[in-house]
Design a protein around this ligand. Structure first.
Ligand SMILES: Cc1ncc(C[n+]2csc(CCOP(=O)(O)OP(=O)(O)O)c2C)c(N)n1
Ligand SMILES: [Mg+2]
Length: 337
């Protein structure tokens, strides 16, 4: 878990450097090696790693717009994911999806820029697992800013009434863009939402990967054993802006400083040392993690950009103009079919 957390943090720090290249002085969002928006998840590592650590490739994970730590922990192909973020042809989606639209069918991972959008597909994956009689589970991650979305609440209901193997994980980082949590909801503990659907709900108050992993053991074990869904809320921290380029003028310095001080990786390191893991072992884990990230980024930057002529490929599953079944249409011919 330590190695994966270091990998996820180093990934975000390296992407930040790459992203800012060429975007200054007036912050041109389309410039540089990573054009478009970028939401980094430094400070969220304990959640993705503590939960996904219990999952297998055949289990499904859906993530929101801040997905990298979860994707890394789920075992998404790091090189293909990085190429996707850099908009390259060999990316997971041919470089057309970007960092909020990472899909890796080999490990059943998907994410979306639409908040709470991952909840219904996770319920669908849970239903599929149940119908196929497997013990696979599905996990939907969402932010605390999405807990009033209909998609989330309807998904809780459907998962509950159908007794599906789904775990919902709320990552509470106290902020939804520039909106502090207390201005959005009076519910300080998002896990209480579970009570309205007669589900177990647990909140882990600190971004402590061991505590999160323990809570996930129960929730995922329960789903795997056919005992239905549950809801987990975990406290994490946003160490960076909402998106890269966010000057965070709305955020009190004390809040940002506190997020930086509460470092889940240092917390785990302290626990590991207390359990007699020596410096040499920690150094080795850190170097291995960083090397994998650096290799993936170097590789991705050497990949070709997609041909402009490929812009419409894979966009429609069945383009009307190319589908003999659908052209010409009934309306055009006046036929009666
Ligand atoms: C349905 C929908 N509404 C609004 C947005 C715009 N939006 C993007 S991120 C965000 C806030 C998300 O906050 P939270 O869920 O707490 O996640 P965090 O960014 O803190 O990780 C909003 C409102 C969106 N992407 N989708
Ligand atoms: Mg949030």
């Amino acid at each position: 878990m330590y190695e994966t957390m270091v990998m996820a943090r180093h990934y975000e720090e390296r992407l930040q450097e790459e992203y800012l290249e060429g975007k200054q002085p007036a912050f041109d969002i389309s410039a540089g090696p990573i054009p478009g928006e970028l939401h980094l998840a430094a400070g969220h590592e304990a959640s993705g790693v503590g939960v996904c650590h219990h999952l297998r490739a055949e289990d499904t994970v859906t993530a929101p717009h801040r997905p990298h730590h979860i994707a890394i922990a789920k075992g998404v192909d790091l090189k293909a994911m990085t190429a996707e973020i850099f908009g390259r042809e060999t990316g997971l989606s041919g470089g057309k999806g970007g960092h909020m639209h990472l899909f890796d069918p080999d490990v059943n991972f998907a994410c979306s820029g639409i908040i709470a959008e991952g909840c219904p597909p996770a319920v669908g994956a849970g239903l599929a697992a149940k119908k196929r009689n497997t013990d696979s589970v599905a996990v939907a991650f969402l932010g605390e800013g999405a807990i009033d979305q209909g998609a989330f609440l309807e998904s809780l209901n459907l998962a509950s009434v159908q007794n599906l193997p789904v775990v919902f994980v709320i990552e509470d980082n106290d902020w939804a863009i520039s909106m502090p949590k207390e201005r959005v909801t009076d519910v300080t503990n998002g896990a209480q939402r579970a009570a309205g659907f007669d589900l177990p709900g647990t909140r882990v108050d600190a971004d402590d990967v061991i505590a999160i992993s323990d809570a996930a053991t129960d929730a995922i074990g329960r789903a795997r054993d056919g005992n239905g869904p549950s809801l987990l809320e975990v406290q994490v921290h946003r160490r960076m802006g909402h998106f890269m380029g966010d000057a965070e003028g709305y955020r009190p310095d004390a809040d940002r400083d506190a997020a930086t001080r509460r470092d889940s990786i240092e917390r785990l390191e302290t626990k590991l040392r207390a359990n007699d893991i020596d410096d040499e072992t920690l150094d080795e884990l850190r170097s291995r993690a960083r090397e994998r990230v650096d290799d993936a980024i170097e590789w991705a930057k050497e990949q070709p950009e997609p041909e402009p002529s490929a812009a419409y490929e894979d966009v429609f599953s069945s383009p009307p103009s190319e589908d003999p079944e659908r052209a010409p249409s009934v309306a055009d011919t006046g036929g009666e079919d």
